[in-house]
Ligand binder design. Structure first.
Ligand SMILES: *[C@@H]1O[C@H](CO)[C@@H](O)[C@H](O)[C@H]1NC(C)=O
Ligand SMILES: *[C@@H]1O[C@H](CO)[C@@H](O)[C@H](O)[C@H]1NC(C)=O
Ligand SMILES: *[C@@H]1O[C@H](CO)[C@@H](O)[C@H](O)[C@H]1NC(C)=O
Ligand SMILES: *[C@@H]1O[C@H](CO)[C@@H](O)[C@H](O)[C@H]1NC(C)=O
Length: 466
């Protein structure tokens, strides 16, 4: 190929070149990746990254899907964690990931809400304070990407969320439907999937004590202390003291950490101090935790993920250096004074008043509107444990609930060995996957069955292929 040709392909900007000094979009060589910023409000810039699948299958009766991945935290980066640590084409050593969900769908990572990852705000007033504000911003981003693009509009969009991302997913799902109905957004919403999602904080905090006692990480004394703080949270929620409830939640984490000798909140078979996360335990017990609790919580989250990757001969790439080094350089449009993750703590702090609010009613609304809702849960998680998920599911007012609960489960297998990998139960537009042998980060710990699940959720024409 001619040099000039290569250059043209290499980096070409679409839409207007720059917008207030910030480039809006770039396409990679060959066009398989695109990324950019959308200014969702004045001074609020949201970063997105779209991967087109090389495994795309054309099937007239089954459109090729797009997965919009929403990370949790709030403040954890989908562009970083979801992409490089969980389901994207490359891992943190920039080596190909065999189990990438690109095998089933195109992948759209968004650093949501603004302030997360490469997304940024220019003043503190511009952070979101509620899940609904985050949903509005995300809808604005989708309008910008989809409305002018007929090829994107042909693919149904499936929102797949993890952890706090589940609260964003259900509020965004409703906001997206509203925009579609009003004729403001040209997009087909395929469904919403909630992976180990923080849908009902109250149900989770009441589950922690009994779960950890049953698996020997707490005794009756620990159970009593845990339940008494859960009661306090419950009362605070009843009284509308939502920020206080968030603070009591961190107190409860400290108590459980103390009385369980630092169980890992993302996998109860592990210690949080066992892996490269050794510092965590001392932060907790020194009581410094309270001073900067959210930052500690986010670090814990990403360090646990790093620990999963560590295997002999592979010390795992450091995500922070990668995102602020090689990847920032590749992307070219990240402003020099924006560092990946630099505003994450603030994202959490500004959402502290919404953090403990349940979103069960929003799941109900999606179900009653006929949207396909998938819930999946890793068996070994503590923070969004299966026990807590089951208890909020039983609170749904959806008229299919009784029939759903009485249905039999079907076991799941994956071709790598003969063992049971999970179970699925499905009735009308609700599906529940129990994933065995995985904690909070299901695609990392059970890649094979997760990949099949991603294909099934999205009705991918590649679902049957291996
Ligand atoms: C980066 O610098 C520009 C001007 O130099 C400023 O307008 C902008 O707010 C800064 N962004 C951040 C995130 O600090
Ligand atoms: C929109 O569609 C065209 C194809 O018509 C494609 O080349 C372009 O990259 C798309 N834009 C985005 C943001 O995907
Ligand atoms: C919703 O789920 C049903 C049952 O699994 C399936 O037949 C249907 O194709 C799904 N719809 C979409 C848009 O994914
Ligand atoms: C890659 O995935 C395929 C199934 O998609 C599996 O058969 C194969 O063993 C995997 N390879 C590695 C190295 O994990």
């Amino acid at each position: 190929m001619e040099k000039s040709h290569v250059l043209l392909l290499l980096v070409f900007f679409f839409l207007s070149l720059f917008h207030g000094g910030i480039a809006r979009g770039i396409k990679s060589q060959g066009g398989s990746e695109e990324w950019g910023y959308v200014q969702v409000r004045p001074k609020a810039h949201m970063f997105w990254w779209l991967y087109k699948s090389p495994y795309r299958v054309e099937n007239p009766s089954k459109p090729w899907p797009i997965i919009l991945w929403l990370q949790g935290g709030p403040g954890a980066s989908g562009v970083g964690i979801g992409n490089f640590e969980e389901i994207g084409p490359l891992d943190t050593n920039l080596q190909p990931r065999n189990s990438t969900w690109l095998k089933k769908a195109d992948l759209l990572f968004v650093d949501n809400p603004v302030g997360t990852g490469y997304s940024f705000v220019e003043d503190a007033e511009s952070f979101v304070k509620t899940d609904d504000e985050a949903a509005t911003d995300l809808t604005t981003l989708l309008m910008e990407l989809f409305n002018r693009n007929e090829s994107l509009q042909k693919s149904p969009l499936y929102i797949v969320a993890e952890s706090y991302g589940g609260k964003f997913a259900v509020t965004a799902g409703l906001s997206i439907l509203k925009a579609i109905e009003a004729g403001k957004l040209k997009l087909k919403l395929g469904g919403v999937a909630l992976g180990n999602s923080w849908i009902s904080p109250e149900d989770f905090v009441f589950s922690w004590g009994p779960l950890l006692k049953d698996v020997s990480r707490l005794d009756n004394n620990g159970l009593r202390e845990s339940n008494s703080l859960a009661e306090k949270i419950s009362q605070q929620l009843k009284d509308g003291q939502y920020t206080d409830a968030t603070n009591t939640w961190t107190d409860l984490e400290v108590v459980i950490d103390d009385m369980s000798n630092s169980v890992d909140f993302y996998n109860f078979l592990l210690d949080s101090g066992m892996s490269p996360v050794a510092l965590e335990a001392s932060w907790f017990s020194n009581g410094i935790f309270a001073a900067n609790r959210y930052s500690r919580y986010l670090k814990k989250y990403s360090r646990y993920l790093s620990s999963l990757r560590v295997s002999p001969g592979n010390d795992g790439g450091d995500l922070d250096s990668l995102m602020n080094g090689a990847i920032k350089k590749k992307l070219k449009i990240i402003p020099a004074n924006v560092s990946w993750g630099g505003q994450s703590d603030s994202v959490f702090q500004y959402l502290a008043g919404d953090f403990m609010k349940p979103r069960i009613a929003e799941v109900d609304e999606l179900l009653s509107k006929g949207v396909n809702v998938t819930i999946y849960n890793g068996q070994l998680d503590v923070i969004c444990c299966t026990k807590g998920t089951q208890s909020w599911v039983e609170k749904l007012k959806w008229d299919g609930l009784k029939a759903f609960l009485s249905k039999e489960r079907t076991p799941l297998y994956c071709n790598d060995d003969g063992g049971t990998k999970g179970f699925i139960k499905s009735y009308k537009n609700l599906q529940f996957y129990w994933i065995l042998g995985a904690g909070h980060f299901v695609p990392v710990e059970q890649p094979c069955v997760s990949l099949n699940m991603a294909g099934a959720i999205t009705q991918s024409p590649a679902a049957e292929a291996s």
